[in-house]
Ligand binder design. Sequence first.
Ligand SMILES: [Zn+2]
Length: 384
Amino acid sequence: MEVKTLQRHIVTLATLKETGAPVISCYLNLERGPSACQDVLSERVQTLRKSLGEPERIQLDAAFRPIETYLRSRPASDALGLALFSRAGEQPFFLALEFRVPLPTWISVNHTPSIYHLVEIKDNYDRYVILFATEERARILGINLGSITQEVWKSRPELRRRIGHEWTREHYQDHRRERTKQFIREQIRIADQLMSAGGYGHLILAGPARLTAAVRQALPKHLVARLVDIVSATAADRLSDIVAATLQPFLEHEESESLAMVDQLLKQIHTHGLAVAGTHSSLAALCAGQVDVLVLARDYAPGEGWSCLACGLTVSEAKSVAACPRCQSGQLRQFDIKEEMVRRAEQLGCGIEVVDHSDLLMQLGGVGCLLRYADPAYYREKAA
Ligand SMILES: [Zn+2]
C-alpha cells in the first residue's frame, strides 16, 4: 500500500461520523501465520461481549460478522499486518487494510475507530528508493511501507571490441572505465527521477562495496543530503532480503529525525515560543486547532479522559463527575487520550511524529505540540 493511500484511509477513519453503534478496531499480527492470531481474536471478542449491555452486544456481534467473513475468504498473501474496522447498525462501515509490515495484535471497541497504530506505521515507514548496483545491471526500487512499489531496471551497455580494430589493452581499459562511469551516472539519473516523480524523500545504496563507493562519489549534492545508508549486497542476494536489510537502517534514520523534532520542541519551550508540552496543554491545543505537529512517545500512555457531548468541554482526566461542571449535561463520553489526540491531529491535517525513545520527551510528559500560532492568552500576557 502506498503512503498516500494509507493517509486517505486514516482521514476517512478519523472523520467517520459517530452513530450509536460501536466500532470494532481489529489489528492482527500475521508474522506467525493467520491462524496464530485466531485464538486471541475470538477470546478478545468474548471478553468485549461481556463488557457490553444488551443492545450494544447485538451490534458488536453484527459488526464482527464481516470481519469473520473477510478472514475466512481472504486469499493467501505475504501480508504481515492486518487492520480491520467494522461497524453495524443504520450506517454500517467496513474497511480492511493489509500491510507488508507487522502490526501488533490489538482489538478494541469504541464509538470511533482506533487509528493510533496506523498513524505509527505511517510515521515510521516513509518512502525511500534503493539503488542496487551490480557489475552487470542496476535495479532502482521505490519502497513504500516496506514493500516494493516501483522498479526500474538498467542493464549495463555491452562492452564489445570494435570489429576491425585491434585495441591495445590500455585503450580497452580506458574505454571500460569510461563506460562504467557513464553507467553509474545513468543509474543516478534514473534514481533521481524516480525520487522526484514519486515523492521519495530518502535514498539507500546497495551492492558490493567497490560499486557503492563509486556511486556514492558520483552522487550530486541534493542526493547526498537524502542518503540514509549504504548496505552491502551481492548480485546473488534475493531482492526481498535486500529490502529487508534496508528497513532497519531506515528506521534508525527516521528515529534520528524524530529526535530532531523533540529538539525543536524543547527549543520552542525554552524560549516560550510556539510549543506546548504535557497531556493537558497538548489536548487543549488540539481542541483549539492550534497544532502544527503533534510529537508523542511510543510509550506515552495517558489513560482516559472525557468530553461533554452538549458543550464540548474536554477534560484529560478519568471521569469522576456525573454531570458536566460547565453546562450540567449528563451526556459525557469517555475516550482514550492518546487515540483522541491522533484522531484530532488527523482531522486538523497536522504532522504526527512518533518517537521511539527520548528521556527528554518523557520528562515533558511524553507529548508535546509545535503550534501554528500562539494562544491568544499569550499575546494578552505579553501586552500586559
Ligand atoms: Zn457541558
